[in-house]
Design a protein around this ligand. Structure first.
Ligand code: PEP
Ligand code: MN
Length: 365
């Protein structure tokens, strides 16, 4: 994707920003699908409907989607609301069934993105078809795997392509069902700037309380749209009950979002931003200069340790550095985790510098 940028990404999903996709995690019954869709359409806040038809469940024996029957309900929801419809595809057969049913937008789920065989099968089924396709991030935090899946779809000739950030599964349990790891979304945007990036706050959050906050953060990172699960009776949902919201709550969430622009044409804004950025540039120069000096001294220490047959690593010194610097940083209002990460990086580089000194043969001439 780096050497072959997608062509018609901008505006794929219309000029509306944020583009809101909503609907149930799963289409369960005709009534649930149609009532939810109509309530959503009536809010006027939704630009496309979603519903899972084939559900990738973690454990067997759970509701695995309504299949073809559910697809008919989804198509009916499109007829009755006039809204475009979207669903997840995981196989070539799903793609064919969706094209037949008039599904407007397809997406590849997180559990499918991890598997190049499955993604390729979907891509092959899409050859010669003009339909928007969205690719969710893989469950594991691997940006190349995400880009690889996008590339497979793109090489099948799909021009309208978008990515969906839905968070990453992790062993450690935090407040989120799937850790957002925003850095990865930012990296995707940096590596493929023309690609539209959506956020799925529902699957990141795992519970409805966090959705608004995650959605706002996504917009503040300039994402193009949101996919948020909604259900006429969330607590009774057959999948992902805790993270679904009623259509009325969905409308509230959308209403509460602050949409900021990437830039402003206002002269005063530009001037002030320019001054602040100059200060940042200056501070960065200083940081680099200090870092270079620090490494120079580190190198001297390495040579001195070598001459005196002393090991590079002295754990007690390292512990002292962490303790004193973190305390200092905290006193200055810096985040503790940030300080630790920064010090770890600096220490790692220092060790590298000293290791290369140790490994140099001291040829005396
Ligand atoms: C879904 O959208 O309902 C879904 C299964 O999502 P994900 O692929 O992100 O887990
Ligand atoms: Mn779901």
């Amino acid at each position: 994707m780096t050497d072959n940028q997608p062509q018609t990404i901008a505006g794929t999903f219309g000029a509306t920003r944020p583009f809101i996709i909503s609907g149930p995690c799963s289409a369960e019954t005709e009534n649930q699908m149609l009532t939810t869709a109509k309530l959503l359409a009536a809010t006027g806040k939704v630009h496309a409907l979603r519903a899972g038809i084939w559900k990738p469940r973690t454990r067997p024996g759970q509701f695995e989607g309504a299949g073809q029957e559910g697809l008919n309900w989804l198509a009916q929801a499109k007829n009755e609301t006039g809204l475009p419809i979207s669903t997840e595809v995981a196989t070539a057969a799903h793609v064919e069934a969706c094209l037949k049913a008039g599904v407007d937008i397809l997406w590849i789920g997180a559990r499918t993105t991890v598997n190049p065989f499955s993604v390729q099968e979907i891509a092959d089924a899409l050859k010669g078809v003009d339909i928007p396709v969205m690719v969710k991030n893989p469950v594991n935090p691997d940006i190349d795997l995400w880009i690889g899946a996008l590339e497979r779809v793109e090489r099948a000739g799909i021009k309208r392509l978008a990515a969906i950030h839905r968070g990453f599964s992790s062993f450690e349990k935090g407040p989120f069902r799937n850790a957002p790891m925003w850095d990865l979304a930012i990296e995707l945007k940096t590596r493929v700037p023309a690609l539209e990036l959506f956020c799925d706050p529902s699957h990141i959050s795992g519970n409805r309380e966090l959705i608004a906050m995650v959605a706002q953060k996504a917009l503040d990172l300039d994402m193009s749209g949101l996919m948020i699960e909604s259900h006429l009776n969330p607590d009774a949902a057959w999948s992902d009950a805790k993270q679904q919201v009623t259509p009325a709550a969905l409308a509230n969430i959308v209403d509460g979002l602050v949409v900021r622009t990437v830039t402003s044409a206002d002269k005063k804004f530009k001037d002030t931003l320019g001054i602040l950025r100059e200060q940042i540039d200056h501070i960065d120069d200083e940081i680099m200069q200090k870092m270079a000096n620090r490494m120079k001294i580190s190198k001297q220490i390495g040579q001195y340790k070598k001459d005196n047959h002393v090991t590079i690593l002295q754990v007690s010194r390292w512990e002292e550095i962490i303790q004193t610097r973190v305390a200092l940083g905290k006193a200055m209002g810096l985040d503790e985790e940030f300080m630790k990460d920064l010090l770890r990086l600096i220490h790692h580089e220092s060790i590298q510098v000293q290791t290369s000194v140790m490994n140099q043969s001291d040829v005396k001439v």
